[in-house]
Design a protein around this ligand. Structure first.
Ligand SMILES: CC(C)(COP(=O)(O)OP(=O)(O)OC[C@H]1O[C@@H](n2cnc3c(N)ncnc32)[C@H](O)[C@@H]1OP(=O)(O)O)[C@@H](O)C(=O)NCCC(=O)NCCSC(=O)C[C@@H](O)CCCCCCCCCCCCC(=O)O
Length: 719
């Protein structure tokens, strides 16, 4: 797993050979150990170069091995042997040097990178820390502050930034390997000691403690309960305050705590799940391996409201030419100003030039005739969308794909008004569409594999995590959100406050609780949907009592809040008070507390003490239960799909893996028992009735999450 050659007479070239990313598996570590020993012993060899096969230096430790008993030579002594040896070693970095890969390069005496290469220590995103000396060598190389930044965020660094920071010694547009071999010959005979990072002192600012404290405070706030970022700060602190060997000892101790933690397992599950959801399949037998996307060069976006603007920006940022369409000149002008401003703002942040040249605006639908793919992003109204789809179907070329950005409307109903239902798919973007990583691609019953492949591929080009879902009200994400919101409202009726509910959910790890999230989205959004569904407003069945609708318990609380003119952040008043309309600083509102008290008196509800555990269980177990139903109905293909939707679209904390993974961690029998308990206490709430799939899984001994698919009633029948 490591090839050995002698080149230019005196240079030993060691190539890591473990496709696709040359991960440091046991075999690779053995290969490196043996080849380095051989080169150090061979008197003809004066220097060494380490590189990776297929244009990738190394993607780090083999993450798949973490779940198995450790075997093979450990990384720390392997890297120490390279650094301690008396022959210069040069790392030739092409593609990527991440995690253990960069740690290996830091053990080398010199680093040469290709201009397109990226380096970084992303262990924190896997619930770990760089435990092959990364937390000790990197600060000694680039200083305390930049090392804290890189190690606690895990961010990827371009070759240019790596050069500026001093991580690499040279960057080339030519072959990094050729330059490294040349370099390795030139440095023979030069003093090696100053190049051995373990012998250096960490460059620190005068107020080391101040910097460490400030960083720790920021990291704790960002971490939302994740342990790894905190351990990263502690390990880097050791690089600033302890001798190298003691620092290494600290690094190992901290890693030992993280390594077997449920958080690390959750985050590593997310790493693989994120990649797995890209491999979609349909019940017809079509799958990502046998269905090719059609090339798309001209894209149009219909409607320049919030969603349309974000989608347009995302497309332009991905380098695509976009025709943006509005109904009249005034709307077009507003949209144009806003999209241009968003692109300029984004480019400024990245120190780049905004690609305004890729944008074209029109109010003339006939200009769509040469477009390959159209994303309709008009207001969420079925009648309006149908009208637009009819027009698109007649003006667009016969093989153009028609995509609808909808958060839950029936894709089949829209496809049915066109002459090409097989080319219609849903593309559910999340606001702000140029920022949020998630895209639900909705497969209608007549969507062709080519249309699905094209939409999934487009999502990838936009840098999104695209998840294929079936067509039902709310698809996967919003369908599961419904019981979550419902439980939150019921908890208010029973005695909770918005702050109590939000506090429990934020403590769990969500960036904001359900009521703050509703205020952010705008309370009128749900109100309009409930009116259309006949749950409130003039269409309510007059025989329904105030807290019952369509045969089940209903909470009119959010409707009553809207009737008071409280629409959320946008007008400064919702479940909370805001500093100003559009403001983001939420403060608890005594008038909401009074309103809740009066409501309970009016409806004869005796408030009770509700604790945080009940909030978490009722809200999240109800959501998870709906997740099991979506799986069993074939709307979600697998638990990983649901988990990635929640991690990337709804702020589910990554260190808890996603709702379905979390259910497995809590234990399926416990989820079932608690749902049964709450269902008994609230017999009028059908969402609390444990799903048949959950019952089947528990009855079968609660198999691990990767076996759940075997228990589905209708494996992705709707996909
Ligand atoms: C490298 C990438 C940027 C490439 O991206 P690209 O888009 O080109 O490709 P994909 O991401 O799709 O990947 C292709 C394919 O490869 C798989 N893969 C990628 N990286 C790895 C990997 N590192 N290991 C295994 N497999 C990998 C990927 O899954 C894809 O396959 P799939 O089938 O899923 O489609 C990109 O891939 C990337 O970013 N990779 C991850 C980079 C990363 O995070 N690296 C860090 C790894 S962790 C690490 O390196 C740890 C080290 O610091 C130190 C380890 C020391 C361990 C010591 C253990 C001590 C234990 C102590 C406690 C014990 C106590 C006790 O038991 O008592």
């Amino acid at each position: 797993m490591a090839r050995y050659e002698q080149v230019q007479g005196t240079v030993a070239l060691i190539t890591l050979t473990n496709p696709p990313v040359n991960a440091l598996s046991a075999a690779v570590r053995l290969g490196i150990t043996e080849t380095v020993t051989r080169a150090l012993r061979d008197p003809e060899v004066k220097s060494m170069v380490i590189c990776g096969e297929n244009g990738v230096f190394c993607g780090g430790a083999d993450i798949r091995e973490f779940a198995k008993p450790m075997s093979g030579p450990p990384l720390v002594p392997m890297i120490a042997a390279i650094e301690e040896g008396e022959k210069p070693v040069v790392a030739a970095i092409e593609g990527a040097a991440f995690g253990g890969g960069l740690e290996l390069a830091l053990g080398c005496h010199y680093r040469i990178a290709h201009s397109k290469a990226r380096v970084g220590l992303p262990e924190v995103t896997l619930g770990l820390l760089p435990a092959a000396g990364g937390t000790q060598r990197l600060p000694r190389l680039i200083g305390l502050a930049p090392a804290l930044d890189l190690i606690t965020t895990g961010r990827h660094v371009t070759a240019q930034e790596a050069l500026k920071l001093g991580i690499v010694d040279q960057v080339t547009d030519q072959s990094a390997l050729d330059l490294a071999i040349q370099f390795a010959q030139q440095v023979v005979g030069q003093p090696l000691l100053p190049r051995k990072l373990s012998t250096r002192q960490t460059p620190c600012p005068p107020d080391v403690d101040g910097l460490l404290e400030e960083t720790m405070a920021q990291v704790k706030q960002r971490a939302r309960g994740a342990m790894a970022p905190i351990a990263c700060v502690q390990a880097v602190r050791a690089a600033a305050t302890l001798p190298y060997q003691a620092g290494m000892q600290k690094e190992q101790e901290l890693m030992a705590t993280l390594f077997h933690s449920s958080q690390a397992r959750a985050m590593q599950y997310c790493f693989f799940a994120q990649r797995a959801v890209g491999r979609w399949s349909l019940s017809s037998g079509a799958h990502s391996g046998n269905s090719k996307p059609r090339p798309v060069s001209k894209v149009a976006v219909i409607g320049l409201g919030t969603m349309g603007r974000g989608i347009t920006v995302a497309l332009v940022k991905a380098g695509m030419s976009v025709l943006a369409v509005e109904t009249n000149k005034k709307q077009l002008e507003i949209g144009k100003q806003m999209v241009s401003a968003m692109l300029k703002h984004d480019a400024q942040k990245r120190n780049a030039t905004p690609r305004l040249d890729l944008l074209h605006f029109t109010i003339d639908l006939l200009e769509l005739k040469n477009t390959d793919l159209i994303i309709e992003a008009v207001f969420e109204d079925m009648a309006l969308k149908k009208q637009v789809f009819k027009e698109l179907s007649s003006v667009c070329k016969a093989d153009a794909f028609l995509c609808t950005n909808t958060s839950g409307l029936d894709v089949d109903e829209l496809a049915a008004v066109t002459k090409r239902p097989e080319l219609v798919v849903g593309m559910h973007f999340f606001a702000p569409a140029h920022v949020m990583k998630l895209l639900e691609v909705v497969h209608g019953s007549r969507s062709s594999p080519e249309a699905v492949a094209t939409a999934m591929h487009l999502g990838k080009r936009l840098g999104k995590v695209s998840v294929l879902v079936g067509n039902c009200a709310g698809f996967v994400g919003n369908r599961m959100l419904k019981p979550y919101l419902e439980q939150a409202n019921f908890l208010l009726e029973e005695g909770a406050t918005p702050e109590l509910v939000d506090g429990a959910l934020e403590e769990f790890g969500f960036p904001m609780g359900v009521f703050k999230m509703s205020d952010l989205s705008g309370l009128d959004v749900g109100w309009r949907i409930r009116k259309e569904a006949g749950l409130t407003g003039p269409n309510v069945d007059p025989r329904d009592p105030p807290r019952r609708r369509q045969g089940r318990r209903y909470s009119p609380l959010p409707d009553l809040v809207c009737e008071q003119g409280r629409l959320g952040q946008k007008n400064g008043r919702g479940w909370y008070l805001y500093d100003k309309p559009g403001g983001r600083v939420a403060t608890p509102d005594p008038s909401i507390h009074k309103f809740l008290e009066e409501y309970r008196i009016k409806h004869g509800i005796s408030p009770r003490q509700i604790d945080r555990q009940e909030v978490v269980e009722r809200c999240l177990f109800a959501l998870i239960n709906e997740g099991f139903r979506s799986l069993d109905d074939g709307i979600a293909a697998g638990p990983e799909d649901i988990d990635m939707i929640y991690v990337f679209g709804y702020g589910w904390p990554r260190h808890r893996g996603g709702p379905m993974f979390y259910a497995g961690m809590v234990g399926l029998p416990r989820v079932l028992t608690r749902l049964e308990h709450y269902r008994q206490a609230h017999p009028e709430v059908p969402h609390l009735e444990p799903s048949p799939l959950l019952r089947r899984l528990v009855a079968s001994g609660s198999p691990p999450i990767n076996k759940w698919r075997d228990f589905l009633q209708r494996p992705h029948s709707q996909l």
